[in-house]
Design a protein around this ligand. Structure first.
Ligand SMILES: *[C@@H]1O[C@H](CO)[C@@H](O)[C@H](O)[C@H]1NC(C)=O
Ligand SMILES: *[C@@H]1O[C@H](CO)[C@@H](O)[C@H](O)[C@H]1NC(C)=O
Ligand SMILES: [Zn+2]
Length: 373
């Protein structure tokens, strides 16, 4: 395909079906046209940070190339009317599958997070045919990945202010901008570790789920919650695996299990490049927060809910050099696969070596039957 034709074709793919406002769509097309050179998926550099236009293109390309396993879905519009899409990775099957949710980039400046979501998708797609573990996960699980949650904020960090954190909604008649989307969920909203002053970094919004981005994600998760077994939200920095809660010192009913699964993930992570992570509830090992997506996900009944705070531990902070993307993604991939392995075992009772005696098969059928009740 000629580069220009390819670009036009891909831009066509970006336009969400059935949405109004042709003017703003034309405007976004123009934006993408100005800022994003054509990139071939084969040479897409996963060890670089990418502006939003390139990430949009990457999503279209990846769902075109792996049509049998990836589809791109519209989730909602951002405050500045940009479309939010998630990728669904799913092998065709007659099984009723459970869902793993992963979002990245709810905080605009945490660039390593969207880089990881893209890395994760790439790894699954490049390996699911030959890697028996990933293949086995995909017989029971679908992965839903939102590579950039806070698209308006992410673009703002590329154009204007590298350290912008919040969304870009306007408040107090344009006196201040942005809501902290990870204080805007309906989990003890704005009770602690959040601010009602729109100038603050942790501004919780004008009410629970007041922001279009939060609304899009929350209503989608709410609809699918019976099937979602694991909710992962990727941030930086601090090298932490955080579990509920941030808004209370009370423990989740499965706290011990959350800790064990988290610690096993931290061990798998460390085995890659020696990086140390801490595991614990947000209120215990980081700080108190209310209105986070992780706490909300656990409150609506999703059993495994974690925030990952990726590298580093303060040397570069949010401005993690590109030279560290690969190692960060490799070790984080090991951690996420460890979590998925534990979730898989819990629900389907298979051992990771794949050796199953007929007795354990019978047992696992029995166990999955019990879980279906
Ligand atoms: C927030 O959750 C409570 C239940 O905990 C519910 O009564 C309320 O309607 C929710 N609010 C929004 C805006 O979703
Ligand atoms: C990060 O650095 C701080 C301060 O030096 C230290 O207390 C903490 O243990 C470190 N965290 C990890 C996960 O290494
Ligand atoms: Zn964050």
């Amino acid at each position: 395909m000629k580069p220009l034709l390819g670009t036009l074709y891909l831009l066509g793919m970006l336009v969400p079906w059935g949405l109004g406002d042709a003017r703003s769509q034309a405007q976004h097309k123009q934006e993408a046209m100005d800022k994003t050179p054509w990139r071939n998926l084969e040479t897409y550099p996963y060890n670089r940070y990418h502006p939003m236009g390139e990430i949009y293109q990457w999503m279209s390309q990846i769902s075109e190339k792996y049509t049998e396993v990836v589809t791109q879905h519209f989730l909602g519009m951002t405050y500045e009317t940009r479309p939010m899409y998630y990728l669904k990775i799913s092998l065709p099957s007659n099984n009723h599958k459970k869902i793993i949710w992963m979002d990245c980039g709810i905080h605009a400046r945490e660039w390593i997070a969207p880089a990881f979501c893209q890395w994760f998708v790439k790894e699954i797609l490049q390996n699911y045919k030959d890697n028996s573990k990933i293949r086995r996960f995909l017989t029971k699980l679908d992965f839903y990945v939102l590579p950039v949650f806070n698209i308006d904020g992410y673009i703002y960090t590329w154009t204007t202010d590298r350290l912008w954190r919040k969304s870009r909604s306007s408040h107090d008649n344009g006196k201040c901008f942005g809501t902290d989307l990870n204080r805007n969920f309906n989990a003890s909203w704005c009770s602690i570790g959040a601010s009602k002053n729109c100038q603050d970094l942790t501004f919780c919004g004008t009410g629970p789920v007041s922001e279009p981005e939060t609304k899009a994600v929350a209503s989608f998760i709410e609809k699918k919650k019976e099937d979602i077994v694991c909710f992962l939200t990727m941030h930086s920095y601090g090298q932490l695996i955080l579990l509920p809660y941030g808004y209370t010192k009370n423990k989740a009913s499965n706290h011990e299990e959350l800790i064990q699964v988290g610690q096993k993930a931290a061990t798998a992570l460390k085995a890659k490049h020696g990086t140390n992570y801490k595991v614990g509830s947000s209120v215990d090992i980081l700080y108190a927060t209310s209105g986070s997506s992780r706490d909300w996900a656990r409150d609506i009944g999703i059993p495994f809910s974690y925030t990952f705070e990726l590298r580093d531990n303060g040397t570069y902070g949010f401005v993690l050099p590109e030279a560290q993307i690969q190692a960060t993604c490799e070790e984080s991939m090991a951690a996420v696969l460890s979590v998925l392995g534990d979730v898989y075992e819990k629900y389907w009772y298979s051992n990771s070596a794949g050796k199953r005696t007929s007795a354990t098969i019978v047992l696992s059928l029995f166990v999955s039957f019990v879980h279906l009740l």
